[in-house]
Design a protein around this ligand. Structure first.
Ligand code: SF4
Length: 392
């Protein structure tokens, strides 16, 4: 996508100077329609978050929380209407790369947040408004300002939302998947994405910084059990951070585990927004290519989520645009590029032009040459090269 300057990051104070400031900031963020935009890889259009008056189950009146967003375009889910079922930012993890900033409240126990009827009402109104405006919606997606499975009402909300008659997706960090009640809730969704960044305990702790009560062994067992029982579409998402989980043995290990989950698609992501910790860097394109090849050996469908709205599955008829789209989803072998160019009646000058413009890069793996979309800096600015990545 054209990366607009999105989300709470620009100008966000880090770390928050004090708890009061953090809460004020979080309230500001909770009304930002751009959060969902950010997370759904939106490429444009009106974000259209709609303020909603809700009460939490403890009876406290909450000021206009944004529960339903969009619909916005998402590469994973088509046109997606976002559901924010968690107040910002309550999470079981404090990931070093989190684009929402540092976790305001670490929590591992499920709780009631918003009444499911309020969620249903917000989503239904948004869906009807979209319909009146001639906009289609492919998925209703739980993608909140925290971890969606922390919501004890998640299952009830999903049940109610079935009435809207649009498939339901949940993007979870997997931390609570070891709990039978969480698996039961997720089982009712049509599409579930599980975060799988690391299987090595030390690396998992370093990158995700889990709440003390979250246990990796339980996560692993729970994910396997869920994958065996889930009848919907299962996806996984692995965020790669330079120097933390991108070494060959760690990639092999996590790819082996992801393969056991038999996902319909395994996504490889890199931080493309300003992360919670300023030292976080995406791996270089050569490492990203290696990661793809390692995963691809074990898993049928692997795709990048690297901050571009690539669509390798439809052609614009413009050779250069199509090459950029395809390589934003997966690397292309030299032979595949040759065949593509021949079919399009073009030649290697297009590729050379994209390389000289810094939009495409070459990488070697297993004795083959691959072409990849060049990465951007996490602040959405200029492209990155493998060497000399700037700080930030
Ligand atoms: S799990 Fe998601 S919301 Fe929670 S800290 Fe990690 S990236 Fe942020």
């Amino acid at each position: 996508m054209t990366e607009p300057s999105l989300g709470p990051r620009p100008g966000a104070p880090q770390p928050f100077p004090d708890a009061g400031a953090a809460i004020r900031r979080s309230q500001e963020y909770s009304f930002s329609p751009f959060w969902f935009y950010d997370r759904c890889e939106s490429s444009g259009g009106e974000p259209a978050g709609e303020a909603f008056q809700v009460r939490s189950n403890d009876g406290a009146e909450r000021e206009k929380a944004v529960i339903a967003f969009g619909p916005v375009p998402s590469r994973r889910l088509g046109r997606s209407l976002g559901i924010n079922n968690i107040p910002p930012k309550i999470c079981t993890y404090a990931c070093v790369y989190c684009q929402l900033g540092r976790t305001l409240k670490m929590q591992a126990e499920r709780k009631f947040f918003y009444p499911p009827e309020e969620i249903f009402q917000a989503v239904q109104e948004k869906a009807e408004k979209a319909k009146r405006g001639g906009e289609s919606i492919d998925y209703l997606t739980f993608v909140p300002d925290g971890e969606p499975t922390l919501d004890l009402n998640l299952g009830r909300a999903i049940d109610l939302l079935k009435k809207v008659d649009i498939p339901i997706a949940v993007i979870t960090n997997s931390s609570l998947i070891g709990q039978p009640d969480v698996r039961k809730d997720l089982m009712a969704a049509d599409w579930v994405s599980l975060k799988m960044d690391a299987i090595d305990e030390k690396v998992w702790r370093r990158i995700l910084r889990p709440h003390g009560k979250v246990k990796l062994a339980s996560l692993i067992e729970g994910a396997l059990e869920f994958s065996r029982a889930f009848q919907g579409q299962l996806a996984t998402e692995t965020m790669l951070v330079e120097g933390i989980n991108d070494s060959p043995p760690l990639l092999e290990e996590v790819a082996d585990f992801v393969a056991r989950l038999k996902p319909s698609v395994a996504y490889l992501a890199v931080p493309t927004r300003p992360p919670a910790e300023s030292w976080v860097r995406p791996p270089g394109e050569d490492v990203l290519n290696r990661a793809f090849q390692v995963f691809r050996k074990k898993i049928d469908r692997v795709e990048y989520l690297i901050g571009y709205e690539g669509n390798a599955f439809s052609s614009t008829g413009n050779v250069e645009e199509d090459l950029l789209s395809i390589t934003s989803v997966h690397p292309m072998r030299e032979k595949a590029v040759s065949e593509f160019l021949a079919r399009a009646g073009s030649d290697w000058s297009s590729v050379q032009r994209l390389i000289s413009q810094g939009q495409l890069v070459e990488a070697e793996y297993g004795g083959h040459k691959f072409f990849l979309r060049k990465l951007r800096k996490p602040d959405g600015g200029k492209s990155l090269s493998s060497a000399g990545r700037p700080g930030g």
